[in-house]
Design a protein around this ligand. Structure first.
Ligand code: ADP
Ligand code: NI
Length: 216
């Protein structure tokens, strides 16, 4: 329990103030969801919960480094006295979790890693996912939608990371694809409903954009 408490304190301190979708409450939701998926999937609860708590520390979007997250997780686990095996496991999950573009396959992960990844992705879907996407878009001064700029299915991580498209484009470039990229059954079941919320939102958004909503 001590280790999880320390991980929570670490995540709260590191992520507390970010308003671009990576705040502490994102980690809180991912932790709860990941633990629930782990229970249904018979994954190791402790390692799942720990990786969920550490998963966004040193994230590329906040640190600008692709390895800072893994390094921070490794340092934390070592300081907490975890075995080398558990440290490698948790740091490996943190390293390979993130979405890297529509055309970039997901890294193979342990069952615990897949529970955390699915939980992280579920939090980018549904009503919360819509809220986070527009919070991120606003923070980065992105247009909500630009009809003159088609969404792009990025083939490489570099392309995906440097994209500056509209927030609705991001739905097509990532959020609407997440349902097809769940890697646990428990996650896939939850993704069905959240995906439906995204689809209904985008359809309504486009109808309003074109002034075609609410016509008798
Ligand atoms: P991951 O956890 O898979 O690495 P990201 O760090 O890319 O995910 O994204 C975190 C949150 O920010 C998600 O809710 C995501 O939808 C949102 N986000 C990321 N990039 C964009 C963007 N270009 N426009 C709008 N929202 C974005
Ligand atoms: Ni996350």
């Amino acid at each position: 329990m001590k280790v999880l408490e320390a991980a929570e304190a670490y995540a709260r301190a590191e992520l507390g103030g970010d308003s671009g979708g990576h705040d502490w409450w994102h980690v809180h939701r991912v932790r709860n969801l990941a633990v629930e998926l782990a229970r249904e999937e018979d994954a190791d609860r402790f390692l799942t919960e720990l990786a969920a708590l550490l998963h966004d520390i040193g994230d590329f979007k906040l640190s600008g480094s692709l390895t800072a997250g893994e390094e921070a997780a490794r340092r934390f686990c070592t300081e907490q006295g975890l075995s080398a095996e558990d440290t490698d496991h948790v740091a490996g999950i943190v390293a390979d979790l993130s979405y890297k573009g529509a055309g970039v396959p997901d890294a193979p992960l342990s069952l615990e890693g897949r529970c955390v990844r699915d939980a992280d992705r579920l939090d980018a879907m549904g009503a919360i996912g819509i809220g986070r996407a527009f919070a991120y878009g606003g923070l980065h001064r992105r247009a909500m939608w630009d009809p003159e700029e088609a969404p792009r299915l990025h083939a490489t991580e570099t392309e995906y990371r440097s994209a500056k498209g509209s927030t609705i484009a991001h739905f097509h470039e990532k959020l609407l694809l997440l349902k097809g990229r769940m890697s646990t059954d428990a996650g896939a079941r939850r993704a069905e409903h959240r995906h439906g919320v995204l689809v209904a939102f985008v359809n309504e958004f486009m109808a309003e954009w074109d002034g075609e909503d609410g016509r008798g």
